[in-house]
Design a protein around this ligand. Structure first.
Ligand code: ATP
Ligand code: MG
Ligand code: MG
Ligand code: MG
Length: 563
C-alpha cells in the first residue's frame, strides 16, 4: 500500500476524552474514528487488524470443528419473548419497530436466533454434536460506553453455539472451545488467564470461564492463587471456611439469616428470577437501621417483586443512578429493611462502595442523604458474604490469593437446556423419544481483543503490533523523496518485497524524514526499512520496532535478514 493515498489520518496530540492508551493510540494511529458515543468506524488500518484477528479466530474455530454461518443482526422480538429475555435483558437491548409496528431487537447476542434455527432444522441425534459460529456485529446499549472499542455499543463478536445430546459431549465441546480460545489469545500475543466466572445475563447452570487479558485498565478483578491454577473472577471467588474464620459472628447475624433471609439464594427466593446467581445483595446499617441493597447482574428488577420478597412495608425502594454507579450494574435498590437487629453484612458491593466513599450519598432521598461510611454506618465483615481478599488462603488449599485486573476478551458457557427448553429445540434419541438439545455458547469480543492487544503492546511512541496481527508486515520508508537514488531503491524494494510475499506499507509521501519516523513508530509495524543516504550503495536501515534495534543491511542480504 502506498501511503501517499492511504486513508490513515494520524494525530500528534492525545485526543480529548481518551483516557487509556489503547483508545488514544487507536485514534492517533487512525485505526478508528468515533461516529457516535460508543459507535465506531474502522479505518483501513483498523479494518486490517480486525481481519487478522478474525482470521486467527476462524482458523482455530474451524480446527475445533466449528462451522461458520451468519445470522441477522436484526431479530424479531417474539423470539426474545419466547426465551423470556425481552424483559430480562433490560435497557441494554436495543429495540425498534418496523413500518408495520412490529417489534424487533438489534442482536445483543444470538442464543434465540440460533436455537430457533436449529429447532426447525435438526431433529435427530444423528445430526449431533454440532458447533456453529459467526463473526458479526452486536449491539448493546451500554450504560457507560467508554474506552473506545473496549466497551462500545456496537461491536464485533465471534459467537459460537454447541449442540449435544448428552453432558459428556457438551463437556467435550466446552473443552475444545476452551482450548481453541487458549490458542487464539496466544496467537494474538496476549498475556491472559482463564478464570472461573459468573453466568451473568446468559444464564445456564453449567460451568463458565472468562478469558481475561491482564491489564491495569481492566474492569474486572481476578482472584488467583500464587501457587496453583486457581483463578476466578472476584465476583464468584470462593471463600474458604469463612464462617469458622470470622472473628465474632454475632448472634444478630445469625438471627437475621433465619429462614427466608439466610443466603443470597434465599434472599432471591421471592424474586421469581430464574437464575439467582445473578442476584447480589448487601445489608448494612444506616442510623442503626439495616439497609438492604439488592442488585442483579445486567438486569432490571421489578420493584413490586422485591417488595413481595421481603414482605415488609418499610422496604423503601429507591432505584438510583448512584447505586448503579457503585455496583457497575444496571439495577440497584436500596432501602431500610425490617430486620431484627443491628447487623452488618458486607459483600463486594459494599466493599466497593465503602472504598469509593460514595456509599450512602444521595442513595435515598429523604432521611439518608449524604451518609458516610464509618461515621454513619458500620461495615463489618462476616461469614460467606465477605469478599475474598488478597492474602486469603486459596480455596483449593494451595497458596494465597492475589489480585490482578483483567479485560474480559472471551467467555465460554455451558448453557444446558435453558434455551432449547424455552424455544422447544428437541431431537429424537435412539429410542425415538424427544429430548431437549444440550447447548453451550462461546463468545469472543473481536474488537475488544484488538484494544486489549494494544494495551499490552505499545510504548510512548506508539503501537507495537505482534507479528500475527500486524496490519502490514513491513514499513518501507523513503526518507528523502527528492533524492532519485532513494526513490529508485524504494520503488524496487516495494515491488520485490511484495513479490516475496510481504504485505508492505510504503511511505512514498513527500514528507520530512522526522515525520515519517514518527508515523512509523506510531503505526508500530514490526519492521521498518528506511531508504536513506546510503541508497546509492544499496544499503538500507532496518529497525525492529519492538526492541528498537537498528542495523544497516545491504539489499542483497535483506531476504535472509527478514527470513
Ligand atoms: P462485560 O462484562 O465486559 O460487559 P459481558 O460479560 O457482558 O462483557 P458477554 O455477554 O460474555 O459479555 O459477551 C462475550 C464477549 O463480548 C465478552 O467476553 C467481551 O469480550 C465482548 N463484549 C461484551 N460487551 C462488549 C462491549 N460493550 N464492547 C466490546 N466488546 C464487548
Ligand atoms: Mg456486559
Ligand atoms: Mg462479563
Ligand atoms: Mg461475559
Amino acid at each position: 500500500m502506498r501511503q501517499q493515498l492511504f486513508f490513515s489520518p494520524t494525530m500528534r496530540e492525545v485526543p480529548q476524552g481518551a483516557d487509556i492508551p489503547s483508545h488514544q493510540l487507536m485514534l492517533r494511529a487512525g485505526l478508528i474514528r468515533q461516529t457516535a458515543s460508543g459507535i465506531y468506524s474502522y479505518l483501513p488500518l483498523g479494518r486490517k487488524v480486525l481481519r487478522k484477528v478474525e482470521q486467527i479466530i476462524r482458523e482455530e474455530m474451524d480446527a475445533a470443528g466449528g462451522q461458520e454461518l451468519l445470522m441477522p443482526a436484526i431479530q424479531p422480538a417474539e423470539l426474545w419473548e419466547e426465551s423470556g429475555r425481552l424483559d430480562d435483558y433490560g435497557p441494554e437491548l436495543m429495540r425498534l419497530k418496523d413500518r408495520h409496528e412490529r417489534d424487533f431487537v438489534l442482536g445483543a447476542t444470538h442464543e434465540e436466533v440460533i436455537t430457533s434455527l436449529v429447532r426447525d432444522e435438526v431433529n435427530s441425534y444423528k445430526k449431533l454434536p454440532m458447533n456453529l459460529y459467526q463473526i458479526q456485529t452486536k449491539y448493546r446499549d451500554e450504560r457507560r460506553p467508554r474506552f473506545g472499542v473496549l466497551r462500545s455499543r456496537e461491536f464485533i463478536m465471534k459467537d459460537a453455539y454447541s449442540f449435544d445430546t448428552n453432558k459428556e459431549d457438551l463437556d467435550k465441546n466446552y473443552r475444545a472451545m476452551y482450548e481453541a480460545y487458549t490458542n487464539i489469545f496466544k496467537r494474538c500475543g496476549l498475556d491472559f488467564r482463564a478464570v472461573k466466572a459468573d453466568a451473568g445475563a446468559i444464564g445456564g447452570k453449567g460451568g463458565t470461564h472468562e478469558f481475561m487479558v491482564l491489564s491495569d485498565v481492566g474492569e474486572d478483578t481476578i482472584a488467583y492463587s500464587n501457587s496453583s491454577e486457581y483463578a476466578a473472577n472476584i465476583e464468584i471467588a470462593e471463600l474458604p471456611d469463612m464462617y469458622e474464620k470470622a472473628d465474632s459472628p454475632s448472634e444478630s447475624l445469625k438471627e437475621l439469616y433465619t429462614p427466608g433471609m439466610r443466603t443470597i439464594e434465599d434472599l432471591t427466593n421471592g424474586l421469581e428470577i430464574e437464575n439467582s446467581s445473578l442476584l447480589k445483595s448487601v445489608l448494612f446499617l444506616i442510623d442503626d437501621k439495616p439497609v438492604l441493597i439488592v442488585c442483579r447482574g445486567d438486569h432490571e428488577i421489578n420493584e413490586i417483586k422485591v417488595q413481595n420478597a421481603f414482605d415488609a412495608e418499610n422496604v423503601m425502594l429507591a432505584e438510583t443512578e448512584d447505586i448503579k454507579h457503585i455496583m457497575g450494574t444496571e439495577a440497584g435498590f436500596i432501602g431500610p429493611v425490617n430486620a431484627p437487629e443491628e447487623v452488618t453484612i458486607v459483600c463486594d458491593f459494599a466493599v466497593k462502595a465503602v472504598s469509593s466513599g460514595i456509599c450512602g450519598a444521595n442513595l435515598v432521598d429523604k432521611h439518608y442523604q449524604n451518609v458516610h461510611p464509618d461515621r454513619d454506618f458500620k461495615v463489618e465483615k462476616y461469614g460467606d458474604f465477605r469478599l475474598v481478599q488478597e492474602g486469603d488462603p486459596s480455596p483449593d488449599g494451595k497458596g494465597t490469593i492475589q489480585f490482578a485486573k483483567g479485560i474480559e476478551v472471551g467467555h465460554v458457557f455451558k448453557l444446558g437446556t435453558k434455551y432449547s427448553e424455552a424455544l422447544g429445540a428437541q431431537y429424537l434419541d435412539e429410542n425415538g423419544r424427544a429430548q431437549p438439545i444440550i447447548m453451550g455458547c462461546y463468545g469472543i469480543g473481536v474488537s475488544r481483543t484488538i484494544a486489549a492487544i494494544v494495551e499490552q503492546h505499545h510504548d510512548d511512541n506508539g503501537l507495537m503490533w505482534p507479528k500475527a496481527v500486524s496490519p502490514y508486515d513491513l514499513h518501507l520508508l523513503v526518507l528523502n523523496p527528492k533524492q532519485e537514488e532513494q526513490n529508485q531503491l524504494g520503488e524496487t524494494l516495494y515491488e520485490t518485497l511484495k513479490r516475496a510475499g510481504y504485505d508492505v506499507l510504503y511511505d512514498d509521501r513527500k514528507e520530512r524524514a522526522g515525520v515519517k519516523f514518527k508515523d512509523s513508530d506510531l503505526f508500530g509495524l514490526p519492521i521498518r526499512i528506511a531508504c536513506g543516504k546510503k541508497a546509492a550503495e544499496g544499503i538500507v536501515e532496518v529497525k525492529i520496532r519492538r526492541d528498537g534495534k537498528m542495523e544497516e543491511v545491504h539489499i542483497n542480504d535483506l531476504p535472509s535478514y527478514l527470513a
